[in-house]
Design a protein around this ligand. Structure first.
Ligand code: SAH
Ligand code: SF4
Length: 349
C-alpha cells in the first residue's frame, strides 16, 4: 500500500476531474476510506483501495484536557509513536503537529529532546495527524484553520517533508489554508531559515531563541554550539526581508539561567530594527527535567522590561497541562486515568 497523502492534489490518481473528486473527499469531506467516495465508480474505488492507504496510523488515542484541548497519541505503521494537540479555542480551531518521532536537538528543558531522535515523519504522516484529528472531532479537515509546527521534532531538519506537507495545506484543492495561519517553529538552523525564505510560501516563522547571548544559549540548546545567535538573527533578517512576515521569538523562562534583567535588555537591543514579537513561555515542568521555571513574578518583570524597551511582548499561558499536551511535554505519558478513545474506524488500513 502506498500513502496517498504523499501526493499533491494534481498528482492524485484518476483522470481529469476524478483527481479533484478524490482531493475533495480527502481534504474537504475527511474520508478515511475509499468506500466512502460514493460518486466514484465502484471499480475505481476498489482499484484505489487496492493500491493506496489514507491513514498513516495503526492506532489513534485521544486524551482530552480539562481546558478543552485534546492530546493525540499516534502509533505509526512501524510501531513508533508521535503526538499532536487539538486546540479549539476562541472560534479558532488550531492543531499543533509533529515533524519527527523524538528530536535530535536535545534541548535540556524539552521532554522531546530527552527522548532523542527516532526518525523523520513523512509528508503523509504530518498531514495524517491533521486528518485524524478532524475525523475524531467530527469536523471537516478544512475547519481547522490554524497549524503550528510546534510538536515533536525540529521541522527545519526535516524540511523536504515539511515543505511537501505545507504545500498540500496551502493547495486550493488540498486544505486551502492561508499561509499566515501556518507557523513553523524552529530551534534556529540558519541554512533551513534561508531555504524557507527562498521558498517564499508566506508561512510564519517562530524562532526559539531562549537566550540573547551565546554562552547561556549553549547551556540549554546543544545546536547553539554550531550556530551563533548572530548567524541565526542574520537568517531571520533575510526571512523578513524576503517575506515581510513579522517573526515571533519564543523564549522559555528558566530560573537563574535566562531570566536576568540584563538578558532582557540584551534581547531588546538585539531585536531593535527587526520586526519582532517576543512570546514568553512559562516552563512546563516534566519529571526528571534538569531545569526549573522562572516564577510568575519573574516572568512578569521580564515582560515589563522588554515592553519598556519597546519590544512587543506576550506571555503564552499553556493549555492542556493536565494531559501533558503543553509545549515540550508531548513526549510524556498522559495520566492513565483519563478517557481513552479506541482506534479510529478505518484508520490503519
Ligand atoms: N523544535 C522546534 C519546534 C518544537 S518545540 C523548536 O524548538 O522551536 C516548540 C516550542 O516549545 C519551542 O519554542 C520550545 O522551545 C518550547 N518548549 C519545549 N519544551 C518546553 C517546556 N518544557 N516548557 C516550555 N516550553 C518548551
Ligand atoms: Fe527539539 Fe524543539 Fe525540543 Fe529543542 S525544543 S529538543 S529543537 S523539539
Amino acid at each position: 500500500m502506498k500513502p496517498i497523502l504523499e501526493l499533491l492534489p494534481e498528482e492524485l490518481p484518476g483522470e481529469g476531474y476524478r483527481k479533484a473528486q478524490i482531493a475533495h473527499w480527502l481534504y474537504a469531506r475527511g474520508a478515511m476510506d475509499f468506500s466512502e467516495m460514493t460518486d466514484l465508480p465502484k471499480g475505481l474505488r476498489e482499484a484505489l483501495a487496492g493500491e493506496w492507504r489514507i491513514s498513516e496510523f495503526a492506532l489513534v488515542e485521544a486524551y482530552p484536557s480539562r481546558d478543552g484541548s485534546v492530546k493525540y497519541l499516534f502509533t505509526l505503521l512501524d510501531g513508533r509513536k508521535t503526538e499532536a494537540v487539538y486546540m479549539p479555542y476562541e472560534n479558532r480551531k488550531t492543531v499543533c503537529l509533529s515533524s519527527m518521532v523524538g528530536c535530535p536537538a536535545g534541548c535540556t528543558f524539552c521532554a522531546t529532546g530527552a527522548l532523542g531522535f527516532g526518525r523523520n515523519l513523512t509528508a503523509a504522516e504530518i498531514l495524517s495527524q491533521l486528518l485524524a484529528i478532524a475525523h475524531h472531532q467530527g469536523i471537516s479537515p478544512r475547519d481547522i484553520r490554524n497549524v503550528v509546527l510546534m510538536g515533536m521534532g525540529e521541522p527545519l531538519l526535516n524540511l523536504g517533508n515539511v515543505l511537501k506537507a505545507i504545500r498540500t495545506m496551502l493547495h486550493p484543492k488540498g486544505l486551502a489554508m492561508s499561509p499566515r495561519r501556518i507557523t513553523l517553529s524552529t530551534v534556529g538552523i540558519p541554512k533551513g531559515i534561508h531555504r524557507l525564505a527562498e521558498e517564499d510560501l508566506g508561512v510564519r516563522l517562530a524562532l526559539s531563541l531562549h537566550a540573547p547571548d551565546d554562552e547561556t544559549r549553549r547551556k540549554i540548546i546543544p545546536t547553539a554550539h554550531r550556530y551563533s545567535v548572530g548567524e541565526i538573527l542574520e537568517a531571520v533578517r533575510h526571512y523578513y526581508a524576503r517575506t515581510k512576515r513579522r517573526v515571533t521569538f519564543e523564549y522559555t523562562l528558566l530560573k537563574g539561567l535566562n531570566d536576568h534583567p540584563w538578558q532582557a535588555r540584551l534581547l531588546a537591543k538585539l531585536l531593535k530594527g527587526i520586526s519582532a514579537h517576543v512570546n514568553l513561555i512559562p516552563f512546563n515542568p516534566w519529571e526528571g527535567a534538569p531545569v526549573e521555571g522562572t516564577p510568575k513574578a519573574g516572568i512578569l518583570a521580564f515582560a515589563e522590561e522588554l515592553r519598556r524597551l519597546g519590544i512587543p511582548t506576550s506571555i503564552r499561558f499553556s493549555r492542556g497541562q493536565d494531559v501533558g499536551a503543553a509545549c515540550g511535554q508531548l513526549a510524556l505519558k498522559a495520566p492513565k486515568a483519563l478517557t481513552f478513545t479506541p482506534t479510529l474506524e478505518g484508520a490503519g488500513q
